[in-house]
Design a binder for this molecule. Sequence first.
Ligand code: ZN
Length: 405
Amino acid sequence: MRTRDSPALVGVTTSGRGLLSSSDVGSANRARLLQSLVDDGPASRAELARRIKVPRATISSIVSGLLDSGVLIEEEPQPPVDGIGKPPRPLWFAPDALQCGAISVSRGAVDVAVVNARGEILSRRRVPIAPDGRTAELDRQILAAASAALADFRGRLSGIGLTVPALCDSRTSAVVACTPVPGLVGTRLPQLLAERFGVPCVLEQDVRAFAVGEKWFGQARGVRDFAALQFGVGVGAGVMLLGHLVSGRDGHTVQLGHTCVDPAGRPCSCGLRGCWETLTSSHWLRSEAVLRGIPGGRDTTPKRLAGRAAAGDQLAASLLADFSDNIAIGIANLVQLLSLQLFIIHGDVVHAGESFRAHLQASVLQRCMPALAHGVRVEFSELDQDSGLLGAAATVLTRELGVTL
Ligand SMILES: [Zn+2]
């Protein structure tokens, strides 16, 4: 695994040979200020000066440029700390600045939206697509959906984010493999969208975009080490380590779903045996429900099981507990391996309810060394069905602002 290189820390002095010029320092400090807003959220000038350790006058000068250009605005005054002094006015992104096209492809549908840098969805549309369509047909359908949904914002978009349920090569903007929508392999959508709208298009795997979206707009704001995990047909993971999105070799995502948790386990679709995914997929849940004689087992979902369990069905409660423990095994491995502190869950699992989440968190903590378990949280994503769109927008914003993830 690797992460992108951390941004070099830049000093504010210009004395001595080989150091940055004052204009370089200005743009470097501007980048650090924007990075701080993205990493830790809205802040006053004084707070920003503390965060990035530059003089207040330097912050004011940078902020005034960003206010004049309409990138930032001053929010309403907040109560001062300790009740003394001038009420601080947090700086945050302006609603009209940095509007992004966001396209989220899933099996059978494409969602298209315009999202601003505050995570507000200004316009949205969902259009059905042929899930098993050929590449050219899918390209045509998705391009048509995007063209219709984004027409009113043409000329105002900073870029377009495209998220797909697929393994992507971030270096070449290519879809490498895609089980839910096989026709996406070989798609030219990033190129076609960039040509149609005259702005950059960023392609990203959905769960990796979820992680970026959680960092910008969700529960991971201010958190450096966390994972967005998606449970459904398989397991997807977007891992953020020291504030950077972890990539595998060749720009591919890491394959946590195919780490072995049971050497004697079931065969996996990847050709190996006992992968984490074989014990946590929707297929496992349904097949176990059938095996255990739970009514409607063939069509069961975490939500339906939770409903049955809440009504006193012991079989359903037992299956949910086993499902939760299976998910916990892989999460605990991540805690032990990377010392992550926050896991944000996406997918159907979030509809299993709070008692499932609480059981899952407890099960994770039981499986970790006490020193590492401290402070570990497992949360359901609050971005829910907007995760794909907000993640797509966040990938564009990250690129446009030059911040590092
Ligand atoms: Zn596997």
